[in-house]
Design a protein around this ligand. Structure first.
Ligand code: GTP
Ligand code: MG
Length: 195
C-alpha cells in the first residue's frame, strides 16, 4: 500500500545547543541531568598542577573537569530533538569552542553567583559570534541570591537576553532552560528561516 507524504511519520527537528559557562558552574551536571541517552563525558582528574590556576572556590569537592566536551540528547515533544554539547570550562581548552559552536542554534551560559565574572568570557564569545544565548543562574546552596535584574545589570546584558534561575541537577529545571533558549533563538531568526 502506498502512503502519501502526509502519512509519513513526522521527524523531529534536530537542533544543536551549547551548554557553556565558566569553570565548575555545572555544565556537565546539566547535560547529564536532562539527557535521555547516557551522556558522553570527557572528564579528567584535576591534579595538583591546577592549583593556583583553576578557581575551586565553592566547588572544593570537584575532582574532575571536562577536557573536550559533554554530549547528550533530549526530545521536546515530538517536534524537536535537542543535541546538547557541553563545553570545557577551563580556558586552556577553549580552542575546542569554535568546533563545538559551529552550527549551534544557541547557547546556555551557566553562571554561579559566587563567581559571576567567570561567565563574562562566554557572554563575550557568543555576542561576538552572533550566537543567540540566554543566561541560567545555577543555584548552589549558600551562594548569594540576587534578583535576576541585578544579574542582568552586573553582566551588562541587553534587555532581550533571558536570564533565569535553575538547578543544574534537576531534569525539569534543565528542560525549562533549554525550552527558553529554543524560544529565544527562534525569536531572533528571520521568520523565513523558522520551519
Ligand atoms: N550544590 C550544587 N552542586 C552542583 C550543582 N551543579 C553542579 N554541582 C556540583 O558542582 C561541581 C561542578 O559541576 P560540573 O558539572 O562538573 O561543572 P562543569 O561546569 O562541567 O565543570 P568544568 O567542566 O570543569 O568546567 C560538581 O561537583 C557538581 O556535583 C548545583 O546546582 N548545586
Ligand atoms: Mg564539565
Amino acid at each position: 500500500m502506498a502512503f502519501g507524504r502526509s502519512d509519513q511519520p513526522k521527524m523531529p527537528k534536530a537542533i544543536k545547543l551549547l551548554i557553556a559557562g565558566g569553570f565548575g558552574v555545572g555544565k556537565t551536571t546539566m547535560v547529564g541531568a536532562v539527557s535521555e541517552i547516557r551522556p558522553l563525558r570527557t572528564e579528567e582528574t584535576l591534579t595538583d598542577r591546577s592549583v593556583g590556576i583553576d578557581d575551586l572556590s565553592g566547588v572544593e569537592t570537584k575532582a574532575t573537569t571536562t577536557v573536550a566536551m559533554d554530549f547528550g540528547r533530549i526530545s521536546i515533544g515530538d517536534e524537536f530533538m535537542l543535541y546538547l554539547f557541553g563545553t570545557p570550562g577551563q580556558e586552556r581548552f577553549w580552542f575546542v569552542w569554535d568546533e563545538l559552536a559551529r552550527g549551534a542554534l544557541g547557547a546556555v551560559v551557566l553562571a554561579d553567583t559566587r563567581r559571576l565574572a567567570d561567565c563574562f568570557p562566554s557572554v563575550d564569545y557568543f555576542e561576538r559570534r552572533g550566537t543567540p544565548f540566554i543566561v541560567a543562574v545555577n543555584c548552589f546552596e549558600g551562594a548569594p541570591v540576587f534578583e535576576l535584574a541585578e544579574v542582568k545589570l552586573a553582566l551588562n546584558l541587553g534587555e532581550d537576553i533571558p536570564v533565569l534561575l535553575c538547578d543544574a541537577r534537576k531534569r525539569e529545571s534543565g528542560k525549562e532552560v533549554l525550552i527558553t533558549l529554543v524560544k529565544h533563538a527562534y525569536g531572533k531568526r528571520p521568520m523565513a528561516t523558522v520551519k
